[in-house]
Ligand binder design. Structure first.
Ligand code: HEC
Length: 135
């Protein structure tokens, strides 16, 4: 009876822990972006959010916002030049994010990865094309 109860308890714990575990990197090890994803998880996830690596460092509400909370890359789209600029200068403002956390080929791999995977949940804003008068 005791053994059965312990087993049930253990199974319940496993189920609960499994449900709450972090999602981790969702990019195949064979992908050319995998290295950049690992670098992002190791060096950037504390302050930025990005679903494809399970990073949740950005603020989720004004109440839990910290000075170090950086932009959420699920929504914010960056290109390679912007990421390299931010890495070298410490974000766009140079005030909070540390500079040169990664350098050289690591910075390049990270920038290529982030340019490809950022902005994937960005809202599409409907727009109308306007033809300007040439008169
Ligand atoms: C200590 C927290 C912290 C860490 C670690 C950090 N960042 Fe940031 N980052 C910020 C903050 C805060 C901002 C917003 C202020 C600014 O741009 O200066 C920012 C801004 C940025 C921006 C500009 C985004 C935009 O569109 O405004 C990029 C790109 C960026 N970070 C990339 C990275 C990358 C890549 C890494 C890992 C190498 C990283 N960050 C690590 C805090 C951090």
């Amino acid at each position: 009876m005791k053994v059965a109860a312990t087993t049930i308890l253990l199974l319940a714990c496993t189920a609960i822990l499994g449900a709450c575990g972090s999602q981790g990197i969702q990019i195949a090890k064979t992908s050319p972006y995998h290295r950049g994803a690992v670098l992002f998880r190791d060096h950037c996830s504390g302050c930025h959010t990005l679903a494809s690596v399970g990073a949740q460092g950005s603020a989720t509400s004004i109440q839990n916002r910290l000075k170090t909370s950086g932009p959420n890359f699920n929504i914010r789209k960056e290109n390679v030049e912007q990421v390299l600029y931010a890495i070298r200068n410490g974000g766009f403002s140079g005030a909070i994010m540390p500079e040169n956390i990664v350098v050289g080929p690591d910075a390049q791999a990270l920038a290529t990865f982030l340019a490809a995977y950022s902005g994937r949940q960005a809202q599409k804003v409907p727009s109308v094309n306007i033809t300007l008068s040439t008169k």
